[in-house]
Design a protein around this ligand. Structure first.
Ligand SMILES: Cc1cc2nc3c(=O)[nH]c(=O)nc-3n(C[C@H](O)[C@H](O)[C@H](O)COP(=O)(O)OP(=O)(O)OC[C@H]3O[C@@H](n4cnc5c(N)ncnc54)[C@H](O)[C@@H]3O)c2cc1C
Length: 387
């Protein structure tokens, strides 16, 4: 078992997509980096591999008050989807990444009009989006039910990847860059210690000059120990995957009103999810719900009878992180403390959030204005903190 160093310059807490990407960037820049992860309940190991760019109707419906912040962040999603493609090339890895576009389906005129208004707003913000009518939609997606669909919004930059491959490649790359990655290690307590931090772990203490909280839903509890309010919450979500079938689904498919994401991996497996709930059992372990299996798959089969013959081979549940919809990036509270938590569709945003966090940590000019993502917004009560 890897032993912990007594001292380190930068301790990153959380080894999901953000922590791994950040560890790689910082180690490549010559920083002395230790990544600690307890190895449980990461959204990164449970996620569906959808690269989201257009606003998800699920988010608009569940969190309407957060839509303005999400709209302002849309340019981040365009950049994030592109960064994934660059990363795949840079690492010389195969993530089975395809940026073949995303369809958000309307089943009736009212849903189509809702999408058309969304499309106008998104185009004004620089997204490559257009509306497609029923005939064009059925040409693009002949597996859909002609009686069920009315039209769709098509977003060119959306896509999909296989997160199992991407996570393995990111871990290798971070290690190759010189980052020390220590799993099965829980950070139990954080305290300021002179000009740095004392990081108490399940395997003993480490002293760190700087600490980055990239712990997803666990970030809030760690930040609170240093007096910093970051109201992250755990959102348990459900997923399904089918046996491999012949390639039919080219796009990432979503719905204007209902919770669904549907896409086919290069292996032929069809991944179906889209935010159906799971439940949290003891110690925050996410468990699948029968109602979500049935509801999610019934919706998929109704919309896409062309794939309904595929048998489901696995369902699983994972823990997503929610906060106020926007990413949380930058310095927070005591000097040397940083936060790196992605907003909605956090796997898509992960490598970009890591890049922006690295720029903040190293005092470099960030690629985007980080003011809307300032962790200090919660202390200033600019946003309501959920109860
Ligand atoms: C079922 C599901 C499907 C999803 N599908 C998609 C999708 O298709 N596309 C998309 O863009 N996003 C999707 N998401 C969201 C996405 O997976 C997450 O937003 C993203 O992976 C978060 O990455 P992260 O690095 O911030 O956090 P996480 O991946 O959650 O990692 C946080 C890590 O911190 C560790 N940790 C926490 N507390 C401590 C502690 N005290 N000590 C040590 N370690 C600690 C945990 O063990 C964990 O490994 C999905 C999420 C779920 C649950």
């Amino acid at each position: 078992m890897t032993s912990l160093p007594a001292r380190i310059d930068i301790a990153i807490i959380g080894g999901g997509v953000v922590g791994l990407s950040l560890a790689r960037i910082l180690a490549r820049a010559g920083e002395d980096v230790l990544l600690l992860d307890e190895g449980r309940h990461a959204g990164t190991t449970a996620n569906a591999g959808s690269l989201h760019v257009q606003m998800q109707s699920r988010f608009i419906r569940l969190y309407p008050e957060q839509v303005p912040a999400l709209e302002r962040a849309l340019p981040l999603y365009v950049a994030a989807a592109r960064l994934w493609a660059e990363l795949e090339a840079e690492l010389g890895a195969d993530f089975e990444l395809k940026r073949s576009g995303g369809l958000m389906i309307a089943e009736n005129r009212a849903q189509y009009d809702f999408l058309a208004r969304k499309c106008d707003r998104e185009r004004a913000l620089g997204l490559d989006v257009e509306m497609v009518g029923r005939a064009d939609l059925l040409r693009l997606a002949p597996y859909l039910d002609p009686d069920a669909v009315y039209g769709a919004e098509l977003c060119a930059d959306e896509g999909k990847l296989n997160p199992l491959l991407a996570n393995a490649a990111l871990t290798r790359a971070a290690r190759d860059a010189g980052a020390r990655i220590v799993g099965e290690t829980r950070v139990e307590h954080l305290a300021q210690d002179g000009r740095g931090f004392r990081v108490e772990t399940s395997r003993g203490p480490v002293r760190a000059a700087r600490v980055v909280l990239a712990a997803g839903a666990g970030t809030g509890a760690l930040a609170a120990q240093l007096g910093v309010p970051i109201p992250t919450a755990a959102e348990p979500l459900h997923m399904n995957v089918t046996e491999p079938i012949a390639p039919v689904v080219r796009h990432l498919v979503q719905h204007a009103e209902r919770m669904i994401t549907l896409k086919q991996l290069a292996s032929g497996h069809v991944v179906v999810g889209g935010g159906w709930p799971a439940r949290l059992a003891g110690e925050g372990t996410p468990l699948v719900e029968r109602a979500s299996i049935l509801g999610n798959l019934a919706l998929a089969a109704r919309l896409a009878p062309g794939i309904a013959q595929a048998r489901v081979i696995r369902t699983w549940a994972g823990v997503n992180t929610t906060c106020d919809g926007a990413s949380i990036i930058g310095a927070a509270g005591p000097s040397g403390l940083f936060v790196a938590v992605p907003g909605d569709a956090g796997y898509t945003l992960g490598p970009l959030v890591a890049r922006l966090a690295a720029q903040a940590i190293r005092g470099e000019r960030p690629d985007f204005d980080l003011a809307p993502y300032d962790p200090g917004r919660f202390a200033r009560r600019e946003v309501a903190i959920p109860a």
